[in-house]
Design a protein around this ligand. Structure first.
Ligand SMILES: Cc1cc2nc3c(=O)[nH]c(=O)nc-3n(C[C@H](O)[C@H](O)[C@H](O)COP(=O)(O)O)c2cc1C
Length: 363
């Protein structure tokens, strides 16, 4: 079988040396004002030496109330640029990964404790805050969110734009817009969470309008040579919810607006979701969106078997492979995949003597 995992991939001016992406994974380890900490430098610095072509930093909030937890990263203030820029600067070395960041607003699922403290809703007294959603429909068990009016939506759009400018100041190579997992933009898309009766709610065209407007404005403001993608929940996994056909339409619209890829995740809008999880379980949906929309896709979800990951590319079901938990478990996953597939391993100079096969490799 061809080795595609280790073939380069270009999006605009970004040439990735391979198709391996470290999936965005929240660390819940920022300071209480959303600043990156030593944890982020060590964690992402390490992942930038993993051999992956691209590392995408975790969901980073565009407004304070858009954080998942009080300890999530933010880009709502200029003071938050320097810590992130330091991480990107660290990765500017031979054979390190390119660096992207995910911009997010957690909407009606915000304001929870760190997962290792239970991940439960935080009251105002516990340092939590009021929630926002596409309409005043709560996520089961959570407070009713505020339904934003036109002024609120414009303020939030401007916050996305300001965060984007800061992502550029921090020198990120790529931005991914988070429109998945039941978060703010996802609540507009899904008929299970959007009950608006204005221009941003109703049929699918209206439900897609605000997320598309955000993407279009961000794309226009982001340097033309830098790629921008969108993470979606390809299906709600609930009867009558957002589905793969909806995602194909959304991807078509994103493509027309200059989107470089969609990352195909799923679920998160409703606890009623019925998901059968297993290796590559989201790949059939990714393949369908890719074929029917013509937009490149990033596959994710239980793809940490290198042969399986490669096969997804060979069978033209995806263009990029994101690995999440597998990279936490084994941050040198791309090296092991390189050995298994005989692909070109990317190793920073100080590590070159770690394996006999590396000694004579050019960098
Ligand atoms: C600790 C952790 C944090 C995560 N945080 C995010 C996040 O910030 N943004 C996001 O889109 N997905 C997030 N995810 C989902 C992953 O990006 C990925 O889609 C998921 O783990 C499935 O891929 P995997 O089977 O390779 O882990 C997170 C997953 C984990 C395990």
């Amino acid at each position: 079988m061809d080795d595609l995992l280790f073939q380069s991939y270009e999006m605009r001016g970004l040439k990735l040396p391979n198709r391996i992406v470290v999936s965005p994974m929240a660390q819940y380890s920022a300071s209480a004002d959303g600043l990156a900490t030593d944890w982020h430098l060590v964690h992402y610095g390490n992942l930038s030496l993993s051999g992956a072509g691209l590392v995408i930093l975790e969901a980073t909030a565009v407004v304070p109330e858009g954080r998942v937890s009080p300890y999530c990263l933010g880009l709502w203030d200029d003071s938050q640029v320097a810590g992130l820029r330091r991480i990107v600067e660290f990765a500017r070395r031979p054979n390190a990964s390119h660096m992207g960041i995910q911009l997010a607003h957690a909407g009606r699922k915000a304001s929870v404790s760190q997962p290792w403290l239970g991940g439960g809703a935080l009251s105002l007294a516990e340092g939590g805050w009021g929630l926002w959603g596409a309409s005043a429909a709560s996520y089961p068990g959570r407070d009713e969110p505020i339904c934003p009016g036109a002024d609120d939506l414009e303020r939030i759009a401007k916050s996305y734009l300001a965060a984007l400018r800061r992502a550029d100041e921090a020198d990120f190579d790529l931005v991914e817009l988070h429109a998945a997992h039941g978060y703010f933009l996802n609540t507009f898309l899904s008929p299970l969470s959007n009950f608006r009766d204005d221009q941003w709610g109703g049929d699918i065209e209206r439900r897609m309008r605000y997320p598309l407007e955000i993407f279009q404005r961000l794309r226009a403001a982001w340097p033309a040579e830098k790629p921008m993608g969108v993470r979606i929940s390809v299906t709600d996994w609930v009867e009558g919810g957002w589905d793969i056909a909806s995602s194909v339409l959304f991807a078509e619209r994103l493509k027309a607006l200059g989107c470089d890829y969609v990352a195909i995740s799923s679920g998160g809008i409703s606890p009623d979701q019925k998901i059968t999880v297993g290796p590559a379980y989201q790949v059939p949906a990714a393949a369908q969106v890719r074929t029917q929309s013509g937009l490149p896709v990033m596959a994710v979800g239980m793809l940490s078997d290198p042969d399986l990951a490669n096969r997804v590319l060979v069978e033209e079901k995806a263009d990029l492979i994101a690995v999440g938990r597998g990279m936490l478990f084994n941050p040198r996953w791309p090296w092991h995949a390189g050995l298994a597939l005989k692909g070109q391993m990317r190793v920073a100079d100080p590590y070159l003597r770690c394996h006999p096969s590396l000694r004579n490799l050019p960098r």
